[in-house]
Design a protein around this ligand. Sequence first.
Ligand SMILES: NC(=O)c1ccc[n+]([C@@H]2O[C@H](COP(=O)([O-])OP(=O)(O)OC[C@H]3O[C@@H](n4cnc5c(N)ncnc54)[C@H](O)[C@@H]3O)[C@@H](O)[C@H]2O)c1
Ligand SMILES: O=C(O)C(=O)C[C@@H](O)[C@H](O)[C@H](O)COP(=O)(O)O
Ligand SMILES: [Zn+2]
Length: 378
Amino acid sequence: MSDLKVIDVAGQYDVVIGRGVVTSVADRIPEGALRVLIVHAPALQSVADALTGELAHRGLHPTSVALPDAEEAKTAAVAADLWARLGQEGFTRTDVVVAIGGGATTDLGGFVAATWLRGVPVVQVPTTLLGMVDAAVGGKTGINTLEGKNLVGAFHPPAVVVCDLSLLRTLPRADLVAGMAEVVKCGFIRDPRILELVADPGAALDIDGDVLPELVARAVQVKADVVAADLREASLREILNYGHTFAHAIEQVEHYGWRHGDAVAVGMVFVAELAHRAGLIDEALVAWHRSVLSSLGLPTEYRFDDDPQARWGALTTAMMRDKKTRGAMLRFVVLTGIGQTDRLEGPLPAQLYEAFEAVAIQVGTGTAGSGTSPQPVD
Ligand SMILES: NC(=O)c1ccc[n+]([C@@H]2O[C@H](COP(=O)([O-])OP(=O)(O)OC[C@H]3O[C@@H](n4cnc5c(N)ncnc54)[C@H](O)[C@@H]3O)[C@@H](O)[C@H]2O)c1
Ligand SMILES: O=C(O)C(=O)C[C@@H](O)[C@H](O)[C@H](O)COP(=O)(O)O
Ligand SMILES: [Zn+2]
């Protein structure tokens, strides 16, 4: 691909992908803004400082806030602190929020922008692979509560998304790998070319190579097409949740000690096992999930150290709070083939438990599974 790629989302905003494009963020602040709240992950201090300096130079009034890291940012308390700040500084409807960081930062920054004065513009500057290919695009914003993941939020499309691939140079390898889970997800649900490209993991994960920019652009295009058709998740958008019913349950039960992408990888294997048991896909497609994910360094199994029945109970309680659940009926996005999706509604309890057993490993007993263990969040 050429150096710069711009993907239009629903005729509403651009996703700009390239190397060095972070220097263009100041030019992309929506017209009419006077005050700019920059929220950033701790690791992005220097990027936030550079933007603060540039905006001040242009006569705007920037304020920069370092957020707690990762999921610690996605809380009501952090949002409330920022609302206080916006109020004290007199942010109006033409003022702007800029979020610089991974998906946790863009989810929180987007949520604060969505709720302040019932909605002010947000400029998303994702700095993780996962943020670029998924979290910053599409307008889902939100925070976690004690009861679960992303339980409070709003649909609030950004004004623009700026993905500077050169920022990935400082990203820990485990976070780069975790982002690949959402890329692979896009391959399974919509764009099989992605699965061909990740078949060479060395090339796929080379941040200076040509394959990674193409993967980012393809995954963003999948998301752009889906949200253009169904922003508010009336139906089609649910496919972007492939693997997430089980993934979000793992994240909650593990108190967010798992990376989101790692959990999505295991969640996709779980739901592939479930779809196989429901007669929707063959064993070869389940095996393909395991091989493509593990070749990239992603986990394909879920390890825990207590009683499997108790663990399954906790996961099921968490899954019941998934947004796709209707009443007492669990619903899963499933594949019926590569690039073909459907919903499995109210699967048999025995099949659910068998799918759990197929990914579960009770540490110390080695009951099942193959593949790699998740890496703890630093
Ligand atoms: N809104 C959506 O549509 C959507 C989609 C997918 C995921 N998400 C959410 O995104 C979050 C996961 O995002 P994530 O995987 O980016 O994790 P993250 O935001 O927690 O970032 C991972 C780690 O990388 C650090 N980091 C970020 N950029 C860096 C850089 N360039 N250099 C060095 N360190 C850097 C962060 O500070 C953090 O420690 C989850 O909360 C998930 O629910 C939302
Ligand atoms: O954009 C979407 O729609 C997605 O489902 C993308 C997911 O990768 C993402 O993790 C999202 O935040 C999950 O949303 P939720 O509605 O299940 O909380
Ligand atoms: Zn996700």
